[in-house]
Ligand binder design. Structure first.
Ligand code: R2B
Ligand code: URA
Length: 309
C-alpha cells in the first residue's frame, strides 16, 4: 500500500505518521505550501524534513530564529549557529529553521495566522513522511494570579467562556473541535522544569482570545466598553475556572494537532499579572529573560528525549 494509504491509518509498525484529514489531498498532483514558499514538486520534502521529531512554533520571527540558534548550541550541532538559513526565505509570512531533528517556525499573532501556518506545516510533515512528531508552542501570555516570569504548561486550552473547545466557521456554520492536549508530554515537561533553576512553572488552563485588548479585558486599548470592576470579575471567573494565563493561539493549535494525531503541548511564560493591569513595565532585559524560559524548558525536554542528558 502507498505511504499516503498508510497515513490514513496513522499507525504502522508502532510508528505514528502525521495524518491529514482531507481526501482531496491524495488526488492532487502538486501541493503548493504557499505561505512557506515550498512545494511537493520543487522540493524533496521527505529528504528535507523526514527526520523531524520536534517542531517548535512561536509568534515572533526573531524569537524563533533565536530558538533555532539556541537549540543548535544545546544539541551540539556541527557548524555555526549564525549560519542557519531561513527555509522560508522566499516569503516573509513565516520563518523556518531546521536544526537536526528540530524544526523552529514562527506563526505570527492570533488564531487566523497560526491556523494558516498549521495547515501547511501538518501537510509538510505528512508529505515528508515524518513519524512520532511532538509539537510545542513556545509563547508569551498574560498571567492570571501568577507572578510575572512564571511558565505555564497548558492543561486545557479554553475559549472565552472557559470551555475546552475551538469554534470554527465552515461554509457559514460553526463547527466545534476539542482542544485536549497530550497529558503525558505536559507532565514530562513539568518534571523537566523541576530539574531546572530559574524556570518557575505551573500546569494550568490557558484561555485563548481573538483580541489582545478588549478581548483580554484590557482597559488600555483604543476602545473599551466595560469597567474596571467588570474586567476584574471576568478575570476572577477565569481564575476560578482554572485559567492561569491568556494568549491568542492555543485553542486552534490544540484542536488541529489533535485531529491530525500529533502530540502537542503549549508552554507560555506569563509576562505580566493581569489582575494588576494591562501594560508590562518590566525592563527590556527582564522580558528577554522571561521569554527564554519556555525555550530553556523545551530544550531540556528535547535533550532528555534524545538521550543527551
Ligand atoms: C501572545 O503574545 C501575542 C500578543 O502580544 C500573541 O501572539 C500571543 O498569543
Ligand atoms: N500575550 C497575550 O496574548 N496577552 C498578554 O497579556 C501578553 C502576551
Amino acid at each position: 500500500e502507498k505511504i499516503s494509504g498508510l497515513s490514513v491509518h496513522g499507525n504502522f509498525q508502532n510508528k505514528q505518521y502525521v495524518q491529514v484529514k482531507n481526501p482531496y489531498l491524495e488526488t492532487m498532483e502538486e501541493d503548493i505550501l504557499y505561505h512557506f514558499s515550498l512545494s511537493t514538486k520543487t522540493h524533496n520534502l521527505p529528504e528535507m524534513f523526514g527526520d523531524i521529531k520536534f517542531v517548535c512554533v512561536g509568534g515572533s520571527t526573531n524569537r524563533m530564529k533565536a530558538f533555532a540558534q539556541f537549540i543548535h548550541q544545546e544539541l551540539k550541532q556541527p557548524g555555526n549557529p549564525e549560519d542557519l538559513r531561513d527555509i522560508c526565505e522566499g516569503t516573509d509570512r513565516y520563518c523556518m529553521y531546521k536544526v537536526g531533528p528540530v524544526l523552529s517556525i514562527s506563526h505570527g499573532m492570533g488564531v487566523p495566522s497560526i491556523s494558516i501556518m498549521l495547515h501547511e506545516l501538518i501537510k509538510l510533515l505528512h508529505h515528508a513522511q515524518c513519524r512520532d512528531v511532538i509539537l510545542f508552542r513556545l509563547g508569551t501570555s498574560g498571567g492570571v494570579g501568577l507572578a510575572p516570569g512564571t511558565v505555564v504548561i497548558t492543561d486545557k486550552a479554553v475559549d472565552y467562556s472557559f470551555r475546552p473547545q475551538f469554534e470554527q466557521v465552515v461554509l457559514g456554520k460553526v463547527i466545534t473541535r476539542s482542544t485536549e492536549l497530550d497529558e503525558g508530554v505536559a507532565s514530562e515537561l513539568l518534571q523537566c522544569s523541576s530539574e531546572l533553576q530559574n524556570v518557575p512553572t505551573v500546569i494550568g488552563n490557558t484561555m485563548c482570545t481573538h483580541d489582545f485588548y478588549e478581548g483580554q479585558g484590557r482597559l488600555d486599548g483604543a476602545l473599551c466598553s466595560f469597567s474596571q470592576e467588570e474586567k476584574l470579575e471576568y478575570l476572577r471567573n477565569a481564575y476560578d475556572a482554572g485559567v492561569r494565563n491568556i494568549e491568542m493561539e492555543s485553542t486552534v493549535f490544540a484542536a488541529m494537532c489533535r485531529v491530525c494525531g500529533l502530540k502537542a503541548a503549549v508552554v507560555c511564560v506569563a509576562l505580566l499579572h493581569r489582575f494588576e493591569g494591562g501594560q508590562s513595565t518590566a525592563p527590556h532585559d527582564v522580558l528577554v529573560d522571561y521569554q527564554q524560559r519556555p525555550q530553556v524548558l523545551v530544550s531540556h525536554f528535547i535533550k532528555k528525549r534524545l538521550g543527551q542528558i
